[in-house]
Design a protein around this ligand. Structure first.
Ligand SMILES: [Zn+2]
Length: 204
């Protein structure tokens, strides 16, 4: 592992637990609501609803500067943001607060959101289909994007932003020199680095 990577003891295990939690919740949603609950892009409002949390949209001013809010049985997100993937991530993040409990930290809820919106097995299949099923450097992923648009394909398939997608690739072990399940340690650095390479437009 590169020496500049932060390693927080216990984080890898915690993230694996969060991933197990989201898998169990999707199974529960499928059991109650049918196979469509497991499709991508994840029907996150319907998943929240079937798990007992109604999703409300409210004017941004009512959220007092919060990206989203939740009680035990409701999730509130702003109705003003036209970028649908931001709303989807916020709903999934708030669902994380509900299921991980009051002690859950922000990075844990972000990991929950990434995990429930971007199913790792489906990512594996999509990369297999494109013969891109080997871990690669971030610059190599940027190169693949330039040549094949694979990252854009995945972003659209899962209804997420590029930042969430790059983090998920790293968490699921597709980025060399980044240990699986450690993207939360790196903040937005992974995405910034990827974007830097993408703008350069060539591999190294
Ligand atoms: Zn939060």
């Amino acid at each position: 592992m590169k020496s500049n990577l932060i390693d927080i003891p216990g984080m890898t295990q915690r993230l694996q637990e969060i991933h197990d939690t989201t898998n169990a919740l999707i199974d529960e949603a499928i059991a109650r609501g049918g196979q469509s609950m497991g499709q991508v892009p994840r029907p996150i409002d319907a998943i929240a609803s079937i798990l007992g949390s109604h999703v409300h949209r409210a004017p941004e001013t009512l959220l007092h500067g919060n990206k989203g809010l939740c009680t035990e049985t409701a999730i509130v997100v702003p109705d003003t943001d036209g970028r649908h993937w931001v709303q989807r991530f916020t709903v999934a993040h708030e669902l994380g607060h509900q299921w991980l409990g009051p002690t859950a930290e922000e990075w844990e809820c972000n990991a929950f959101a990434g995990s429930i919106l971007i199913p790792s097995e489906d990512v594996h299949r999509e990369l297999d289909r494109r013969h891109l099923n080997q871990a690669a450097t971030l610059s190599r992923w940027a190169y693949y994007e330039t040549c094949t648009g694979v990252i854009t394909h995945l972003v659209r398939r899962y209804g997420v932003g590029y930042n969430a997608m790059i983090r998920a690739l790293a968490d699921y072990g597709w980025v060399v020199n980044v240990a699986p399940w450690t993207s939360a340690c790196h903040g937005d650095r992974l995405y910034e680095e990827y974007e830097h390479y993408y703008r350069q437009g060539r591999p190294r």
